[in-house]
Every structure is written in structure tokens, then in C-alpha cells.
Design a protein around this ligand. Structure first.
Ligand code: KIV
Length: 266
């Protein structure tokens, strides 16, 4: 299937055809252009923007205004990819009215869908946003905005907790979500949910059988010294960038740059 611009119905079609869906986080113009040209199906302006780009130690620190700024940068530069923007902590829990108002801000910034965390407990909010004509991607399993309540990043749904994850996944589908992220869910549970739901599942630390996969781009590109164990590093971009910066610094300090080939001709 050749898709000029990925839309919600293409994601459903990809699930039906068994075509894996690729998703990466993106937070700015330049990386968005690269990931879009690489053919990434979905770009997530994740609230991981807080840690990855703004240097906070929790996703709960990022505001709706921060997310609007990043979403605009991504949406203006994604020609093909389906852009999903995270509703940050505090932007949707207070009431469905707040959730709709903040979703509108992200859609106005150019997102094709908003994402929020929570299953059964967020079903009525998801329904309200969907009724306002806005695509919602849900996020269940480990939900980083509730890191304090969940006791930090850990696999959710082990043993008798599995039924809760299944209930969450069913609830978001029934509420009208177009897809659901399954984070840190045991692979057998993620597989079952993927077979049961009609909407696509996008896994992160949830095994190989979900309909799609999502990673934080700085993890998969080797920008950091440490990655979670479920991350594969697909390129050593951080090392390449450091090498480039060191070469530049050395050239400036030795006055070998600018040289005859790199001067502005007056
Ligand atoms: O914000 C984010 O990066 C996310 C992914 C971990 C799915 O929500």
C-alpha cells in the first residue's frame, strides 16, 4: 500500500492487512523531516519531550504550552507521517471540558490525534474528546504520568493484574480510541489484546506481536549512554555528532577552519 499521507483509516487498514506500523517520537523540525523522509508511519510528540529535550526528570513537568510549541514544529514538517501529540499531565484529568479544550490546542497546532494515558478510568474522557471530532490514541500498561502512583517504570499486568490491562484496552476501544499504546506489558498479554481488539496496538516493551512499535528516538539512535533493556540501538548518532563537534572545535582552535574552500565571498 503506497500512502501519500497517513490517516486514521490507513492505520486500521494496516492492522487488517498485518502490515507493521512504525512510530517514533519527534519534538522538532529537523528530526521530523528526517523521520518523515525515512517513511515512519506515525510521529509522536510525546511528553517525553520533558526529559529528552527540556532536561526535566519527569514527564509531569511539561505543560500544554510546551506541547503546543513542539507539536507545531513537528506538524509543519511532517509531510506523510500521522502526527500524534500527547496531552500532558494536568491537561485532561480535571474534566472532559478541560480535556477537549486542551485537545483543541494540539489539533490547532497541527496534530492529527491526541494521546492520553489511562484505560477504564479515562474512558468517558476519551468518549468526550472523540465526540468533539478529535482522534484519540490511548496509552495503557505502564503510564509514565502516574510514575509516583505506580512506583516507577515496571512491567504492568503480571499475574492476576493481567485482567485489568485487558479491561483497560477494551474500554479505550469501546470509547472510540483509534489506536492504543501498550507500554511495559508482558508479551503474551499484549499478543492477546492485539488479537482481541479491532484497533491497532502500538507496543513499547510489549513484545513482538503488537500491530506496531514505538520508541523514543534518542534511545533508538544511540544519543544517550543508557537505554531501557527493550530498546535496540539502530545507529550511533550521538557518537557521530560528538565526533563532528570535536572536529569542528579542533579546526577552529587550529585556525584550519574557515579555509579557502569555505569562505563567504564578498
Ligand atoms: O512520551 C512518550 O515518549 C511516550 C512513549 C513512551 C510511548 O508516551
Amino acid at each position: 500500500m503506497t500512502i501519500k499521507r497517513v490517516r486514521a483509516h490507513h492505520l486500521a487498514q494496516m492492522k487488517a492487512e498485518g502490515t507493521p506500523i512504525t512510530m517514533l517520537t519527534s519534538y522538532d523540525a529537523i528530526t521530523t523531516r528526517i523521520f518523515d523522509e525515512a517513511g515512519t508511519d506515525m510521529l509522536l510528540v510525546g511528553d517525553s519531550y520533558a526529559n529528552v529535550m527540556l532536561g526535566y526528570n519527569s514527564t509531569t513537568q511539561v505543560t500544554i504550552d510546551d506541547m503546543v510549541l513542539a507539536t507545531g514544529a513537528v506538524a509543519r514538517n511532517a509531510k506523510r507521517a500521522f502526527v500524534v501529540a500527547d496531552l500532558p499531565f494536568g491537561a485532561y484529568e480535571t474534566s472532559p471540558t478541560d480535556a477537549i479544550a486542551n485537545s483543541v490546542k494540539l489539533i490547532r497546532a497541527g496534530a492529527s490525534a491526541v494521546k492520553l494515558e489511562g484505560g477504564v478510568r479515562m474512558a468517558s474522557t476519551i468518549r468526550a474528546i472523540v465526540n468533539a471530532g478529535i482522534n484519540v490514541v490511548a496509552h495503557v500498561g505502564y503510564t509514565p504520568q502516574s510514575e509516583n502512583a505506580l512506583g516507577g517504570p515496571r512491567v504492568q499486568g503480571r499475574g492476576d493484574k493481567a485482567e485489568q490491562i485487558r479491561r483497560d484496552a477494551r474500554a479505550v476501544e469501546e470509547a472510540g480510541a483509534i489506536a492504543v499504546v501498550l507500554e511495559l506489558v508482558p508479551a503474551p498479554i499484549a499478543t492477546e489484546i492485539t488479537h482481541e481488539l479491532t484497533i491497532p496496538t502500538i507496543g513499547i516493551g510489549a513484545g513482538e506481536n503488537t500491530d506496531g512499535q514505538v520508541l523514543v528516538w534518542t534511545d533508538m539512535a544511540g544519543m544517550t549512554d543508557w537505554q531501557p533493556s527493550f530498546v535496540k540501538v539502530f545507529g550511533e548518532v550521538g557518537t557521530a555528532l560528538k565526533n563532528a563537534a570535536e572536529a569542528y572545535n579542533a579546526a577552529v582552535r587550529s585556525r584550519s577552519f574557515p579555509d579557502d574552500d569555505h569562505r563567504f565571498n564578498h
